[in-house]
Design a protein around this ligand. Sequence first.
Ligand code: G7M
Length: 350
Amino acid sequence: MADGSVDVLVCEEYKSSLNDSQASLDQNVNDNNESTTNENDTIHELLNNLSNFTVKRILRNDVTQKLLAVEGTFKGYKQPALVVLEKKGFPKEELSVNEAFFNDETIVKKIYRNDIYRGYDLFPEKEHNGLAATIIYPATPKHIEKFTPPTFYLVEETPEVYENVTLPIINSQQLSLQWVDNILEGKAETDRVIFNDPDKKTGFVLVKDLKMKDEKSLYLIALVRQKIKSIRDLNESHLPLLTNIKEAGTKAIKETYNISENQLKIFFHYQPSYYQLHVHFITLDVENAGSFVERAHLLSTVISNIQMVPDYYQKTTLTFRLCKYLAFKPYEDYLNGREDPPTKRARLSL
Ligand code: G7M
């Protein structure tokens, strides 16, 4: 497992921007590496005996991902090291499962029995009981941050808050959309495009997302040609565009991957990382796609809301989470400066 691939830990909202900044991170690491090439060459010898490592701080103990990230030091090495331990997945084949666990060597310890239910601790043979380890040395503050769980802040964004806080932020600090333009203009990732509708009003490009690494599970995004920032801007004039994305997008996926619409989750992010409207298309098995309730808005629900109330997204309160205090602060400041701060403050779950 390479360092760059361990991005499951990052707050979803910042993954894309981190991907963008990965190059600079890699550059930092390279710069750092130049001065520590000798250390790096020899540190691997110490790994033969992990008692050379002292844990300074647990950065993350993720029970769902079964992953432990710790910061520490190796004996004789000054700079911080990062060690990530992950429980390995199970074999996929029935025969391998049989051979790995259901044999004489597996130690069985009974924990409980209740009616038809029994619980055990199993200790399979060593080779089926392993951990995957990633060691980063030297670990930069960015690496440490990447593996430290974020603190989340919930924002209930009224139209007024959007106008006074979000919009100025989007206008002043949004991430570059060059990569989107490149795809729309056919200048980049042409081999990753699944479908292209050139219509200026209802057209879009359906392309493999950066996160789609192989063909095992689907992760596509539909990049819209019209200049629309986010779902906040959507109204009834966009219904032909939205229905086209739904119908033509799912048709293209059926033809290319033989996956039906009822196996797809099709949604927007709010807030997105990139303010040029795009729709995520994933199969239901894909995790870590930011499809939690405080971020995902199903395309079908968005269409239905606009059909009922044409200016729904200009009127509604949109709730989203932020995972950096710096990003949250403008919202906190704005709401604290209001005439009736206690009521307004109650709208923010700190
Ligand atoms: O909704 P949100 O803005 O968070 O999603 C943006 C999506 O764009 C993420 O799923 C990213 O993985 C994806 N993405 C970001 N970049 C920079 C690229 C890129 O250069 N190419 C492609 N194909 N997808 C990208």
